[in-house]
Ligand binder design. Structure first.
Ligand code: SF4
Length: 296
């Protein structure tokens, strides 16, 4: 069974070695319209019979080859918090990970469970999805019978006790969960959630369902409605390769270096040199903002 994959390079999690807790089949309590794993029956338990010992031995072997990973990410062909020995697994990962950070990529469906919260407290980073706070829209996009209000309450509780990096993620589909009213409601909820940032993205690969990606303009507009937390737009279709486009985006909201292609960063640095925008470092990430002293 292949439980270790990668390392995968991404702007968000740099060089990341993955652990797949359901290597044989999709095991998820959601059936999202955007899922790249295809349609599947909802599952609420992970019965893969993977032992912690087996996973850790595989991880140790992989770490001998890939010594310089930034993250060890716990994911799954589905939802990793359904794995029955998560608590023990995280403790053991922390014992062998050396300089890498431990991370879980979860859909947040179990975050109201105190045992899950207790397990996740031991991770360096936790990524939780929140595609809509509107119950009707949430059920439409994530196709589950789990109550979004319970999930939101769980995220709030967890964020109050968690000391690591908490990243929220919202994946937006055209005409499905892109209503501005729902983002204003999300912003209001974010007042009570202590998170590092919200990653706002859309699909860039086909799904089994007939859904369309949100445009970069739409993502920018929705991001501008979120004022209670930092937002990163994660779209790969940004197409922001002209000064005008960059400036238009930055006038709506600060843009982080993680949202921008290497070639565009060079362009931004030129705008900084010209004193049109400025670059501010927050939590080791460069944010590009309009230089107000220059804009009338
Ligand atoms: S939570 Fe992830 S794995 Fe589960 S259906 Fe949604 S996209 Fe697929």
């Amino acid at each position: 069974m292949k439980v270790i994959f990668g390392p995968v390079n991404s702007r968000r999690f740099k060089k990341s070695l993955g652990i797949d807790l359901s290597p044989n089949e999709k095991c998820c309590n959601f059936d999202c319209l955007y899922c790249e794993l295809g349609k599947a029956k909802l599952k609420y338990e992970n019965n893969s019979n993977l032992s912690v010992e087996y996973i850790i031995n595989e991880l140790k072997e992989a770490l001998k080859i890939h010594k310089d990973c930034d993250y060890i990410s716990i994911s799954a062909n589905g939802e990793p918090t359904l794995y029955p020995y998560l608590d023990e697994l995280i403790i053991k990962i922390n014992e062998v990970k050396k300089n890498a950070k431990s991370l879980i990529l979860s859909n947040a469906s179990t975050i109201f469970d105190k045992n899950i919260q207790k397990a996740l407290l031991n991770l360096d980073s936790v990524k939780l999805s929140i595609d809509s706070v509107n119950p009707k829209v949430f059920r439409k996009i994530d196709r589950t019978n789990i109550d979004i209000n319970k999930i939101v309450q769980g995220i709030k509780e967890f964020s109050q006790i968690y000391k690591g990096e908490l990243i929220l993620e919202c994946l937006v589909l055209d005409g499905i969960n892109d209503d501005e009213k729902d983002f204003i409601a999300l912003n209001d909820i974010l007042k009570d959630i202590k998170a590092t940032r919200l990653d706002l993205g859309t699909i860039d690969r086909p799904s089994d369902y007939n859904v369309k990606a949100a445009s970069f303009e739409k993502l920018s507009k929705l991001a501008s409605l979120i004022t209670n937390i930092k937002v990163n737009i994660m779209s790969r279709n940004t197409n922001i390769n002209k000064y005008d486009d960059l400036l238009k985006t930055i006038s709506l909201r600060p843009l982080s270096s993680q949202e921008i292609d290497e070639k565009d960063i060079k362009m931004l640095d030129e705008l900084v040199d010209k004193n049109i925008i400025k670059c501010v470092k927050i939590n080791d990430i460069n944010f590009y903002k309009l230089n107000k002293s220059n804009s009338n």
